[in-house]
Design a protein around this ligand. Structure first.
Ligand code: GLC
Length: 446
C-alpha cells in the first residue's frame, strides 16, 4: 500500500493529467508542448490505466487518428488552433500520399511502446470491453510493426534504422549528436557554424523563449536537426532514398530495445484474442532479439547504437545500455555486468539516478536535456528491466528514489542527477503519469 506522501503525490499527479487533458488526449505540457506525441501518450495511458481505463483507452485511440495508410504512427499529431504553427509547417504531412487527410502529423515515428500500452490498458478494462478493445486495435498495431520492419529494416538485419534523432525519443543523446556533427553540412550551415552565427536561430526557436537555453539542445545541434528534416523531406522520409553522406542512419539501441519489448506484448495480445502473428512477422520479431546482441561490446560491457552506414558501434555511454533488460534479452552474465555498471556511483548511480549520460563521461552535462539529466520515463523502463531479470531489491530502491525526486522537485520534464533540481517544462505529463504508475504498482512491468 502506498504511504501517505505517495498518496498525496498520486493525487497531485492526477491533477496535472487533468490540467493537460485536451478532450480525448493529453498534451505533454500546456504551453510548451501543446500537441499529441506518440510515446508521451503511451506513458499517459499507462499511468491512467488503473484509475480510469476508459480515458486511457481513448488516449490510445487518439493516437491512431494519425496512423498513415502505410501503417506508420507519427511522433506528433498537431492540435488544431495551437499557437505553434511553425512546427507543423516543417512537415507539411498532407503533401505525402500516405498521410491522413483530416489531421496534420509529423512524418517520422517515435519509440514503439504502443503495443505495451494497449496491453496495459486492456488488463484494466472490464472483461466485456477488453476483447472489443484488443480486436479493434490489434490489426492497427500489426500494421505499425509491419511498417517498422518493411520500411525501416529493408535489409532484414533484425534492427530498425532511424533517420532522425527525434525518432529515438532521447533527442539530443550524444551518439546521435556526434553522428550529426560528422554529416556533410550545407554551405550556409558551415558558414554559420564557423562564424558562430547559429545563435541567430534562437530568434526562431520556441523552446528557448520559455526555458533557459542551457537546458535545451544547443543552437548548433538544433540547426543540424532541422537540416536533417529538410533532407529527409526531400526524399519522402523514405529510408532507402536517403543519400549516404547527407544523412544519419542509426540502428538505435533504445528504439530497438523498446521494439523487442513491444513485440512480446503484441504476441500476448494476439494470444488473448485467439489470433496469431503471421510467420513472417514472428520471424522478424525473433530476429530483433537476436540482433540486439550484436550491439554488445564485450570490452566495455555495454550495449551501444550502431551506425547503419559504417556498421560501427557508436561507443558513447548512455542510459540506453540498460534498456535491453526490459526485453529480457541479455544473458545472466551480461545482465550482471549491466547491473554492476548501473550501481557505479561515479557513473550511472549519482545521488539522483539514473542520468541519461554517465556522470563521468566527457559528454555529460547535468542540466542539458538528454545529455545528462535524469528522466522519469527511462527510470520507469529500467525499473521494469530490473524486475524482468529478478533484481527486485534494486528495482525497489530505484522506484523509491524516483518517487522521492518527483515529490521534492515537482513534475518537471527532467532533473539534475547531481542536485535533484527540476528542469525543462513544469507539470510534465509523463512525469506525472509514470509517478502515478510507480506509486500504485509494485511492478511497472506490463
Ligand atoms: C522532447 C523529448 C521527446 C518528447 C517530447 C514531448 O522533445 O525529447 O522524447 O516526446 O519532448 O514531450
Amino acid at each position: 500500500m502506498p504511504d501517505d506522501s505517495h498518496a498525496e503525490l498520486a493525487r497531485r499527479a492526477g491533477e496535472v493529467l487533468e490540467r493537460n487533458r485536451r478532450g480525448d488526449w493529453t498534451c505533454p505540457s500546456r504551453d510548451f508542448y501543446p500537441h499529441q506525441w506518440l510515446w508521451d501518450s503511451c506513458f499517459v495511458a499507462i499511468g491512467l490505466a488503473r484509475h480510469d481505463p476508459q480515458r486511457a483507452a481513448q488516449e490510445v485511440r487518439a493516437l491512431f487518428r494519425g496512423q498513415w495508410a502505410n501503417g506508420m504512427l507519427p511522433h506528433m499529431i498537431f492540435a488544431d488552433g495551437a499557437r505553434d504553427a511553425g512546427s507543423r509547417r516543417i512537415w507539411r504531412s498532407k503533401t505525402h500520399p500516405d498521410a491522413p487527410r483530416d489531421v496534420e502529423t509529423s512524418c517520422i515515428t517515435q519509440p514503439p511502446l504502443v503495443s505495451v500500452t494497449v496491453g496495459r490498458v486492456a488488463e484494466n478494462l472490464s472483461a466485456a470491453d477488453r476483447n472489443a478493445f484488443l480486436e479493434e486495435l490489434f490489426p492497427k498495431l500489426v500494421a505499425y510493426h509491419e511498417w517498422l520492419y518493411r520500411e525501416r529494416d529493408p535489409r532484414q538485419r533484425g534492427l530498425v534504422t532511424l533517420l532522425h534523432p527525434w525518432e529515438c525519443g532521447l533527442d539530443t543523446t550524444p551518439p546521435w549528436m556526434r553522428a550529426l556533427r560528422r554529416m556533410a553540412q550545407p554551405w550556409w550551415l558551415r558558414l554559420a557554424l564557423r562564424w558562430r552565427l547559429a545563435r541567430g536561430a534562437r530568434l526562431f526557436r520556441r523552446d528557448t523563449r520559455y526555458l533557459p537555453s542551457g537546458e535545451r539542445a544547443s543552437d548548433n545541434d538544433g540547426l543540424r536537426m532541422l537540416v536533417l528534416i529538410q533532407r529527409a523531406k526531400r526524399h519522402g522520409f523514405a529510408l532507402e532514398r536517403m543519400p549516404p553522406g547527407e544523412s544519419v542512419l542509426i540502428e538505435d539501441l533504445a528504439f530497438n530495445a523498446f521494439l523487442a519489448f513491444a513485440n512480446r506484448s503484441l504476441g500476448e495480445i494476439a494470444d488473448t484474442i485467439g489470433q496469431s502473428l503471421h510467420p513472417g512477422l514472428l520471424d522478424r520479431c525473433h530476429a530483433t532479439e537476436v540482433a540486439l546482441e550484436e550491439l554488445w561490446d564485450e570490452t566495455s560491457g555495454q550495449y551501444y547504437s550502431r551506425d547503419a552506414q559504417t556498421d560501427r558501434l557508436i561507443k558513447l555511454p548512455t542510459i540506453a545500455t540498460f534498456l535491453p533488460l526490459l526485453a529480457g534479452v541479455p544473458s545472466d552474465e551480461r545482465a550482471q555486468r549491466l547491473i554492476a555498471l548501473l550501481r557505479e556511483p561515479s557513473g550511472f548511480w549519482p545521488r539522483y539516478p539514473v542520468p541519461s549520460v554517465a556522470t563521468d563521461a566527457p559528454a555529460f552535462d547535468a542540466d542539458r536535456y538528454w545529455k545528462g539529466p535524469t528522466w522519469v520515463n527511462t527510470n520507469w523502463a529500467i525499473i521494469a528491466g530490473l524486475r524482468a531479470c529478478g533484481e527486485d531489491e534494486l528495482a525497489r530502491e530505484l522506484r523509491y528514489r524516483t518517487l522521492e525526486l518527483v515529490a521534492r522537485a515537482g513534475f518537471s520534464e527532467y532533473f539534475s542527477p547531481l542536485t535533484g533540481e527540476g528542469y525543462g517544462a513544469d507539470d510534465f505529463s509523463w512525469t506525472a503519469a509514470l509517478a502515478l504508475d510507480l506509486v500504485e504498482g509494485e511492478s511497472p512491468a506490463p
